[in-house]
Design a protein around this ligand. Structure first.
Ligand code: F6R
Length: 242
């Protein structure tokens, strides 16, 4: 694991944006794996600014998002589809047919999950996957559990994830209780992973991710098995690293 610690959220965001932009510049049909949440917001802002200033094209880029809530329409301002459209896709020249986000409104979750796995495989797997991390060590929506779930699947969100994510909703009852997420094997099949974490609320999960036992109760610990991962931390997220 390569661990890079910088003084500020701004600095790690521009490093992360650099990884994304370099991938796009070096491989015009690259496959990107993308997260939502608060952490990647600055990275997306920088990517959009650089896109506007420079001659970078996303026309042949394919994207796969990590996860989506079950039961929210694309047009719902809390859906991850809406988030991606607002923060990235509507600002760049990506071909909308190349955007992949699990469909949380599907009538068959099982076939949606199977399809999603097949699409990733058919695309030649993800060249670079960006991850945030939950306070409880979740990656995507792979919550702490008794075992690692390998493939894209339906997940029941933990109450603490619902509580944390309720900041975006009018009331906590509106937060969906379930989601579709890439599985652990799906995540590990990415050729390169960049995990970004900022703030002291992530410090404990980060230290366990880097030097704890590999344990499905701290899902991110499995990332120790990936041989091309970079972890970008601000000082606060790094404060528990021994
Ligand atoms: C979002 C995702 C989640 C978040 C995590 C951290 O697509 O997969 O694992 O990365 O919950 O969220 P923030 O960045 O809001 O702290």
């Amino acid at each position: 694991m390569e661990v890079i610690i910088k003084n500020s959220y701004q600095e790690i965001s521009s490093l992360a944006a650099g990884y994304l932009l370099n991938t796009v510049k070096n491989k015009e049909n690259a496959v990107l794996g993308l997260p939502t949440g608060s952490t990647p917001l600055e990275m997306y802002k920088i990517v959009v600014n650089e896109y506007k200033k420079n001659n970078i094209s996303f026309k042949n880029i394919k994207t796969f998002n990590l996860d989506e809530y079950i039961g929210l329409n694309k047009t719902d301002k809390n859906s991850y589809y809406f988030f991606m459209e607002k923060n990235l896709f509507s600002h760049i020249d990506i071909n909308w047919a190349n955007i992949n986000i699990p469909n949380g409104m599907t009538s068959s979750i099982e076939s949606e999950c199977l399809n999603y796995e097949n699409k990733i495989k058919k695309a030649g797997f993800i060249d670079i996957l960006f991850l945030g991390i939950g306070k409880n060590g979740h990656i995507g929506f792979n919550e702490p559990a008794e075992y690692f779930e390998p493939h894209t699947h339906e997940v029941k969100l933990h109450q603490n994830t619902i509580n944390i994510n309720s900041r975006f909703f009018n009331k906590i009852e509106d937060v969906p209780k379930k989601a579709i997420t890439m599985g652990i094997k799906t995540i590990l099949s990415a050729k390169k992973i960049v995990l970004i974490a900022a703030g002291s609320s992530k410090a404990e999960a980060i230290s366990k991710t880097i030097s704890g036992k590999i344990d499905p109760r701290l899902p991110a610990s499995i990332l120790q098995l990936h041989n091309n991962i970079t972890i970008l931390l601000d000082n606060e997220a790094a404060e528990n690293i021994k």
